[in-house]
Design a protein around this ligand. Sequence first.
Ligand code: FAD
Length: 398
Amino acid sequence: MSHPVVIIGSGLAGYNVARELRKLDAAVPLVVVSRDHAGFYSKPMLSNALAGKKTAATLVMKTADKMAAELNAQVLAHAAVARMDTATQTVHLSNGDTLRYRDLVLALGADPIRLPLEGNAADTVLSVNDLDDFARFAEALDTGANGQPVQRVAILGGGLIGCEFANDLLARGIAPTVLDLADRALGRLLPPEGSAYLQGKLEALGAQFRFGVAANAVNRSASGSGLVVTLSDGSELETDLVLSAIGLKPRTALAAKAGLKVNRGVVVDQTLQTSAPHVFAVGDLAEVAGLNLPGLNLPFVMPIMQQARALAATLAGTPTKVAYPAMPVVVKTPACPTVVCPPASGAAGQWLVTEVDEGLEARFVAEGSGQLLGFALQGKATSQRQALAGQVPATLSA
Ligand SMILES: Cc1cc2nc3c(=O)[nH]c(=O)nc-3n(C[C@H](O)[C@H](O)[C@H](O)COP(=O)(O)OP(=O)(O)OC[C@H]3O[C@@H](n4cnc5c(N)ncnc54)[C@H](O)[C@@H]3O)c2cc1C
C-alpha cells in the first residue's frame, strides 16, 4: 500500500482539501494532523459569535472523530508537527512519532501579528484567530474586569477583523474603541467615503474610533480595576480589555526549516506545489506566485475553496492550476452591510463613488479603458454584488 496523503492543519484549508480529494479518490490513505482539537468549525464565525450567542463549544460543527469517519481518514488531534524531511518524505511529530507521506499538504494557517507593547499588562492583550482564542476572549468578557463583565474594550486595528469585532461587541452591549495608526477604517479595502460611511454607522451605535495613533503600552490602572493604554500621541485610554486585530503572518517556520522557498508565505506555483516535490501549501499559509514575487497571499475563504478543488484534482492524478475569479468578501458588520472586491494591489485607476438610497456604491475603474477592476458596496447597494463581480476580471487565470 502506498504512503498516505498527509495534510497538516485542520482549518478550512486542510479540511476542504481532504473533502475535495475524497470526492475524486475514495481509496487513497489520508491522514490529517493538527496541533489543535481538529474539530471542524467555520473560522469567520469567530467575529460574529457574540451576536449569535455562540460559545467555543457550540461553534464546533463536527468533532475530530466525526471528521475522521466522514472523510475515511485518520485524524490526529493535538499532534504538533515539529519538523519535516522532504528528502525522505517524512513528517516528525513533537511526540516523537513519524509519518511517511506520498504527498504532503501544508495547511498551517497564520499567526496574529503581535505589537511589541510595553507595560505590566501587555501580556493580557488578546487576539482571536482560533477557537481556543475565542474561548479566552469570551471568558475575559465575562469576568475580565475584576470578576465582573467588561464594559469597555479597546480594539487595536481598524481593518476588517477589528471592525467586525467592534460590531459584534456592540451587539453584546459593549462600546468598543477602535485604534488605528491609519487615518480611516478598512483603508485598504474601501475608498475614503466608504470608510466614513462604515465608521458613521458603527459610531451611531456607540463605537468610537481614534485614528493616527498606535498603542505603545498597556498597564494596570492605579486603582487596579482596569487597564490603561498609552498611545503614541502621549494620551491614555482607560479600558477593561484590549483586543489586537492588526493582521496575520503566515506560519512559515516549519517550511523554512525544511528548506522550502518562503517569502511572505510559503511560495507555491499555480498547482500549489512548493519548491519541494510532493509538498503543497494552501490557505493562509500559501503565497501563489507567478513569475514574480510577491505572489498572492489571500487569507480568505473563497481562495481556499478554489485551491482545495485544484489541489484535490492534482493529488488525484490530474495536475491542475488554481484559478481565482473575482472574489468579493462580505464584511460581517450588520450595522453597515459591506461587500468588498478590492482591485489588485498597485492597479492604476480611481474610485468612482455614488451615494444610493441607504447605501454607497464605489467602483474602482481602470485609467483610460474604464474597465471595472474592483468595487465596494455598502447598505442597500450590496444587492449589486453578483452583477458587479461578473464584470471584474479574474484575479488569477488558470
Ligand atoms: C475572526 C476572523 C474572521 C474572519 N472572517 C472571514 C470572512 O468573513 N470571510 C472570509 O473569506 N475570511 C474570513 N476570515 C479568514 C478565514 O477564516 C481564513 O482565511 C481561513 O479560516 C484560514 O484557514 P487555514 O486552514 O488556512 O488556517 P487555520 O484555520 O488557521 O488552520 C491552521 C491549522 O494548522 C494547524 N497547525 C498549525 N501549526 C501546526 C503544527 N506545527 N503542527 C500541526 N498542526 C499545526 C492548526 O492547529 C490549525 O488546525 C476570518 C478570519 C478571522 C480570524
